[in-house]
Design a protein around this ligand. Structure first.
Ligand code: SF4
Length: 349
């Protein structure tokens, strides 16, 4: 394939407002260093046109690092006995939420491993309390659950749910996520959508065994599911997992995937991930210039944060929420952008 000419054809098709197909998505992902700059500039222009200059901040509380799963890429897998496990009680979760309100955040994300310690009743109560006392948008990221669980959480007032597909390659999915299937995960995303949640999916760039074709299909699956948010970050090998020592995703490929996501799904919310900042200090800023419009500051109590080690050496694990917010706000101002003043729901046109 002549990369430059296929790339130019795909860009022209995008500019004509036509739907990009697999071959064109591949051509964009294959962009060389010269074309890449054009891709990033176009993604930035599309971001500005469809979602504006606001950067929405979502405060993330990682309230439990217990997990019953064995994902090969994740430091929280239950077989990892070297991780110090913690769970926050209701009071501590609510304390972190109040802190988020105090610093002006409009969305709180409650995330955990797949931990059945918390009863459904308890989760429902926490969601209700947050909604009643703060009115914040509540995003949940609790893994795969039953339709009726999702229904109860939605009725309690939860607004959004994050459940990354991770990869669209069924074989790779089964190898990396034993005892789960891609079809099961996609089914959960469809249920969540049907129940009226805003749904967030996403993938990891650079997973061992992944090809550029896989990445293109990842994006096509997100488009097909009509996701409201797409979290795209690099794979970073964790030393206490079966993938220890494997090469990780690169900065360039992660930024290209993010930029193509913006072209394929112009209105969705795209976070600039902490994983990218971890891989490459300054990566968060680059992502905001390639289509991203969301940042998720970590507001987990600092004493727990370093134990939520999905991947190693996570950026910003020592910053108090206020410091973390200050540096993000500074970055947003440097880029000539503004902090979103509303909840930052997907702006469907
Ligand atoms: S990726 Fe999620 S489900 Fe898998 S082990 Fe890690 S926390 Fe658990």
């Amino acid at each position: 394939m002549n990369i430059a000419s296929e790339f130019a054809k795909a860009i022209n098709k995008q500019l004509s407002g036509l739907v990009l197909e697999h071959r064109e998505i591949l051509a964009l992902l294959a962009a060389g260093p010269k074309e890449q700059q054009e891709l990033f500039a176009l993604a930035d222009a599309v971001r500005k046109r469809y979602v504006g200059d606001a950067v929405h901040l979502r405060g993330i509380i990682e309230f439990s690092n217990y997990c019953c799963r064995q994902c090969h890429y994740c430091g929280l897998r239950s077989a990892n006995k070297d991780v110090k496990r913690y769970r926050l009680g209701e009071e501590d979760i609510l304390l972190a939420v109040r802190r988020a309100v105090k610093v002006g955040l409009k969305t709180v994300v409650l995330q955990s491993g797949e931990d059945r310690f918390y009863s459904l009743e308890q989760l429902v109560r926490i969601v209700r309390l947050i909604k009643q006392s703060t009115g914040m948008a509540v995003t949940l990221s609790l893994g795969e659950r039953s339709y009726s669980d999702y229904e109860r959480l939605r009725e309690a007032g939860a607004d959004r749910y994050l459940l990354k597909q991770e990869t669209s390659d069924e074989g790779l999915f089964v190898r990396l996520r034993p005892k789960t299937t891609l079809a099961g995960r996609v089914q959960c995303l469809k249920w969540l959508k049907e129940l009226g949640f805003e749904i967030g999916s996403g993938n990891m760039v650079g997973l061992p065994g992944q090809s550029t074709g896989t990445l293109a299909r990842d994006l096509e699956l997100m488009r097909e599911l009509d996701v409201d948010m797409a979290g795209i970050g690099p794979f970073i090998a964790h030393p206490q997992t079966p993938l220890a020592g494997m090469p990780g995703g690169t900065l360039d490929m992660t930024l290209k995937t993010l930029a193509v996501a913006r072209l394929l799904m112009p209105e969705v919310n795209l976070p600039s991930t902490t994983a990218l900042e971890t891989l490459y200090p300054g990566g968060r800023k680059l992502a905001l210039q390639c289509g991203a419009n969301v940042v998720m500051p970590n507001i987990t109590p600092v004493s727990c944060r370093r134990h939520y080690s999905i991947y190693p050496n996570k950026a910003g694990i020592k910053d108090e929420p206020e410091e973390c917010l200050d540096s993000v706000k500074k970055l947003i101002a440097e880029l000539g952008r503004v902090v979103g003043t509303d909840r930052g729901d997907r702006n469907k046109k």
